[in-house]
Ligand binder design. Structure first.
Ligand code: SF4
Ligand code: SF4
Length: 323
């Protein structure tokens, strides 16, 4: 029997009104183009996607961002490095009078593709912090989720980044992302990080800073897989039953402004993929229309998938919320 799920009820029961706080991160999804088609991808990204941010949109976002005091720019996709304005965007942000941290959610395999040899040196030169998917230290599990050849290419790419100082130089930080290979919750982040560090070092001489455990969201490609397997309801029940109110304080939607390739604002990348715009002043509000003072108290748009962020130790773009 289907159960009814309501995230709002779960919040009300706990006496929580979910609103924004001061914005600390501008997360910019540059587009859906990617050289891979991973099974867990919440973006439905792939090589034939046409949604890519245009130059004039980049300029408008840069102009607005430069006038804010938001300390971090977080670039995601798709594969951000495949976007024509990727380098201009990073160089202009690094040259702003107020220093900002730039994060690149790197698809490491792109480094091994012809035409992208510039990626490691460029990221190192601009001291870009890297967050890269590495769902397992065993090839079979990685390739089941991300495709044939991905493991070997990722290893080679990480070794190149390590040689440039990533993982050892404090200015060059690289974090790995683990997400489960199926419909279960991630294990304890600290425990898994320790295990990853040993395995990556012993077998591949690879060093990294932190491991982020991220829960698979029951949306997009992963939801399609769950539906095909007739496991979507069970997975939603698992997430709901594991609801943990202690995760609410750290939810990424509270301090992150998420923006799509058209400049439109969302509360997070998942809401963006579900086309659920922020409550803001109007639907399809553009980021350059935001008044940060007013925006910082806006309510957050939630739905069933939000149980994915609040299950167990919680989940965000920075990994578990309670470790
Ligand atoms: S998960 Fe990342 S690398 Fe995989 S298809 Fe999606 S955007 Fe591309
Ligand atoms: S999916 Fe997660 S990050 Fe997005 S609005 Fe819901 S709780 Fe917040």
């Amino acid at each position: 029997m289907k159960r009814s799920y309501n995230f709002k009820d779960a919040l009300t029961k706990e006496g929580i009104r979910l609103t924004r706080k001061d914005s600390q991160i501008l997360q910019l999804n540059l587009g859906k183009i990617c050289n891979l088609t991973c099974s867990h991808c919440h973006v439905n990204a792939g090589p034939h996607r046409k949604e890519v941010i245009q130059s004039d949109t980049v300029t408008k976002i840069l102009n607005w961002f430069s006038m804010t005091n938001i300390p971090t720019l977080d670039l995601t996709g798709g594969t951000p490095e495949m976007i024509p304005d990727f380098r201009r965007l990073i160089e202009e942000v690094r040259n702003l009078p107020t220093p900002r941290k730039v994060i690149d959610r790197l698809n490491a395999t792109i480094i091994e593709e012809p035409g992208y040899e510039w990626v490691p040196e460029f990221l190192a030169r601009n001291e870009v912090e890297i967050i890269a998917s590495m769902p397992c230290y065993e090839p079979e599990n990685v390739e089941k989720q991300r495709g044939n050849g991905v493991f070997e290419k990722s290893i080679s790419a990480f070794q190149k980044l390590n040689r440039l100082g990533y993982g050892s130089d404090p200015r060059l930080r690289i974090h790995f992302v683990y997400n489960p290979s199926g419909d279960f919750l991630p294990p304890d982040q600290e425990y898994l990080e320790a295990k990853y560090k040993i395995m990556m070092k012993e077998h591949f001489q690879i060093e990294f800073n932190q491991l982020y455990c991220i829960t698979n969201m029951p949306i997009s490609r992963f939801a399609s897989w769950l539906k095909r397997e007739d496991r979507l309801d069970d997975y939603n029940s698992l997430l709901k039953d594991a609801f943990n109110p202690k995760t609410i304080e750290g939810l990424m939607c509270r301090n992150t402004i998420n923006v799509n390739w058209l400049g439109e604002v969302f509360d997070c990348d998942f809401n963006q993929m579900l086309n659920l715009p922020t409550y803001g002043k109007k639907d399809s509000m553009k980021v350059w229309e935001i008044n940060l003072k007013e925006f910082s108290n806006e309510p957050i748009r939630t739905a069933t998938h939000c149980f994915g962020c609040t299950a167990g130790s919680g989940s965000s773009c920075g990994g578990s919320l309670l470790n």
